[in-house]
Design a binder for this molecule. Structure first.
Ligand code: ADP
Length: 313
């Protein structure tokens, strides 16, 4: 309203001074009535054309601003709707995911409490309580991490990191999975490459470790035979750290979806524990490190996930 009044006032003043001074000017140039009439016609046309152009640009600008505002409103509405949808899916998924281990903990603790003379049974109940507590802890950790990512609260601590040392460290940490690897008959290789001995990269050591651990964890989960390889490849501007497995692979149409929250790629995923948050967390963490995660996979043959980090000049 205020700007409409301002524009009208400006328009009025311009027109007022134009009429006042242009007539005076014409009269000062000539006093022949015929020429004055002709000049006044030109003056009128000049005024009409210039005010039309002025109005055209003004209205166009206003429409542009309104459309932009409308677009922003539409985007905000879509975002709010998406977040609403996410909240309900999240709650229904979470209540299911949390209930399963919680029921295990409550049920087996109850059985322990009721007492069982068989020592083997008691041992099994304790193991189940431990296993379900670990699952519950992992779910809660993942949910907290996901919410930190969504709120942009991941503040990476960038430092120089020696890549060869990182591989050694991951290899050492992964020893905790040794029993599981042996149980599944899987081999784990780290493709050390002397060429990269002195290679340093600027990144957040802990976050990168977390991403690679997630990828390795998945590789073990989704591989029943063969091997898992952790290695690096150098590109002109990037460093690629990859985790390759000889597991069940991922159908092509599922590849773009697996990085979304709660998305699982296989019909029979139900047989393998997981709730579809690992890759979306890894993707969010990679973004915070200015890195990307790429995947190459063939069903029945295996998958190769790589973290692509920018190299500094
Ligand atoms: P989940 O907890 O289900 O493992 P993720 O977010 O880590 O969740 O992975 C999403 C889905 O991507 C998995 O459910 C699985 O279908 C697929 N996936 C991830 N890693 C692999 C892999 N190495 N091999 C085959 N499928 C995989």
């Amino acid at each position: 309203m205020k700007s409409a009044l301002k524009i009208t006032l400006i328009y009025f003043l311009i027109s007022f001074f134009w009429i006042l001074f242009s007539d005076q000017f014409i009269r000062s140039v000539t006093d022949q009535a015929e020429i004055i009439t002709q000049l006044q016609t030109y003056k009128g046309w000049f005024f009409v054309i210039s005010t039309s152009l002025f109005l055209y640009f003004l209205v166009r600008n206003e429409i542009k601003k309104k459309l932009q505002l409308l677009n922003e409103l539409k985007k905000a509405k879509e975002k709010a709707e998406e977040s609403d949808r996410f909240k309900s899916t999240f709650l229904s998924n979470m209540s299911h995911e949390i209930r399963t281990p919680l029921n295990g903990i409550v049920g087996f603790s109850q059985m322990l409490f009721e007492g069982d003379d068989d020592e083997a049974n008691r041992q099994m109940y304790i193991e189940q309580v431990n296993k379900n507590s670990d699952i519950l802890l992992k779910i809660i950790d993942n949910v907290l991490e996901l919410s930190r990512i969504q709120e942009n609260m991941i503040l990476p601590d960038f430092n120089q990191l020696n890549i060869a040392d990182l591989l050694i460290e991951i290899e050492r940490n992964f020893l905790s999975k040794k029993a599981l690897l042996e149980e599944k008959g899987l081999e784990f290789f780290v493709a050390h490459n002397p060429e990269f001995e002195g290679l340093f990269i600027r990144t957040d050591h802990l976050r990168l470790n977390q991403i690679l651990y997630n990828l390795l964890d998945n590789a073990v989960k989704y591989t029943t035979a063969g091997q898992i390889t952790l290695g690096i490849e150098l590109e002109p501007q990037h460093l690629r750290i990859f985790v390759a497995d000889t597991g069940i692979g991922i159908p092509e149409d599922q590849l773009p979806l697996i990085f979304e929250r709660f998305k699982r790629a296989h019909e029979n995923d139900a047989g393998i524990s997981g709730f579809g948050l690992g890759l979306s967390i890894s993707k969010g963490l990679a973004q915070a490190l200015n890195a990307t995660i790429e995947v190459d996979s063939q069903p029945g043959k295996g998958s190769k996930f790589s973290v692509r980090l920018p190299l500094e000049a």
